[in-house]
Write a protein that binds this ligand. Sequence first.
Ligand SMILES: C[S@@+](CC[C@H](N)C(=O)[O-])C[C@H]1O[C@@H](n2cnc3c(N)ncnc32)[C@H](O)[C@@H]1O
Length: 233
Amino acid sequence: MKTQKEYLQGLRQWLCDTADVPLEEMASFFDNRLSDYEERMSVWEKSYKLFAQLIPSECQKILDLGCGTGLELDRIWKKNPDIEVTGVDLCQGMLEKLVEKHSDKRFTPVCQDYFKYDFGNEQWDAVISFESFHHFLPERKKGLYSKIYSSLRTDGVFVLGDYIACCDEEEELLRTVYLERRKQSDIPDDCFVHFDIPLNMEHEKDLIEEAGFAVEKILDEDAAIIVCRKGGK
Ligand SMILES: C[S@@+](CC[C@H](N)C(=O)[O-])C[C@H]1O[C@@H](n2cnc3c(N)ncnc32)[C@H](O)[C@@H]1O
């Protein structure tokens, strides 16, 4: 097990080694890695199982943001195959794989940007997302969390599984490099690129609470999992 100091040293080294690798547009990044995507993500096996266990059993109608090939849904449907899911993802190839795996399920694929997609009002028992939101700055996530809040039914849950920075230093380092690289390559503001810019737990929690959620549970193990309830603002 690495110490925080060793982890940060390794991260800094990796950022130096990959400094000349061009940033890839988000959907193309995932499209280009489709063939071995699920194998790569198998390191999160334990977290996917835990994530599925944390979805309350009464949830029947779920919105999954950045659903990809549906690794979290594999486990959720195993528990309850009747759950109705709408899955939003930018990458058509990832959605096609999900539909292929789960042609017998009640699933609506939406190939769209979740910042633009209309989630509706008081529609969902649960809104979930696994390993997707850490690609975006807090300024953008703020509006997304409010949109998730409005779209949930009273007492609905928002369950977030994501990469959380271990400390302020990791958060600041990645954000600085991300902004520099975008600037160097003259990438327009509305173009999403694949680069990890996680918040630390305190900042992620603040952002979620600002949207009105009550944070009920935090599991900070492999992937962090945060269970939030729609409460009174
Ligand atoms: C690391 S994958 C996680 C996929 C899936 N949740 C899983 O755990 O296997 C991140 C996913 O988020 C999607 N994504 C990223 N930004 C998005 C956006 N703005 N709107 C919709 N999907 C997005 C990507 O296309 C990708 O499929």
